[in-house]
Write a protein that binds this ligand. Structure first.
Ligand code: AR6
Length: 181
């Protein structure tokens, strides 16, 4: 599924983000940037030790990455040149600022991408695995945050969601259809 927001294509596909040929892929990281399971584990495995080495340097300099923020490293052995690590909120029932923090992940990742001259970026569904964010709600927040950003900023050719399973893909498809873009 695909739509256009100003100059930027917004694309939803099913797949494994570690295989995407884009300038940057986003990673659903944790605050310590220590790697982990889910998409984070897959990215570190496929990208090799250069990614963890840069995460470690960021940790030494600034302690990690707070929830809702983003940092950038090399893509190591990945087809993508860069990884933008962003830390989604852990779902605590919806009243702990989760929605704003999740929107911030997408905004900050895109801001960093534009700052680094990145033209194509792929996102996984941040927070909807281990962190437990209900995917139907997360999809609406993600797509709205991206739409708002793209309405205000030029420079990106494509923003791609690479969704790992049918249920997640379906949730993003429904959210995009409901937005009427
Ligand atoms: N490509 C695309 N999406 C994937 C892939 C992949 N290769 N692998 C998993 N997903 P999660 P979170 C999907 O748990 O909820 C880690 O341990 C997955 O099906 O990876 O933000 C970190 O270190 C789901 O739809 O991220 C943190 O501690 C989505 O990616 C914590 O998990 C996100 O699931 C972050 O949890």
């Amino acid at each position: 599924m695909m739509t256009k927001i100003n100059q930027t294509s917004l694309v939803l596909i099913r797949g494994d983000i570690t295989r995407e040929q884009v300038d940057a892929i986003a990673n659903a990281a944790n605050e310590r940037l220590m790697g982990g399971g889910g998409v984070d584990g897959a990215i570190h495995r496929a990208g090799g030790p250069a990614i963890a080495a840069e995460c470690s340097a960021i940790r030494a300099k600034q302690g990690g990455c707070p929830t809702g923020q983003a940092v950038i490293t090399t893509g190591g052995n990945l087809p993508a040149k860069h990884v933008i690590h962003t830390v989604g909120p852990i779902w605590r029932g919806g009243t702990a600022g989760e929605a704003e923090l999740l929107a911030s992940c997408y905004r900050e990742s895109l801001r960093l991408a534009v700052e680094h001259g990145i033209k194509t970026i792929a996102f996984p569904s941040i927070s909807t695995g281990v962190y437990g964010y209900p995917v139907a709600q997360a999809a609406v927040i993600a797509l709205n945050a991206i739409r708002q950003f793209l309405k205000a900023h030029d420079g990106l050719d494509e923003v791609r969601f690479v969704l790992f399973d049918d249920a997640t893909y379906g949730a993003y498809e429904n959210a995009l259809l409901d937005m009427g873009v």
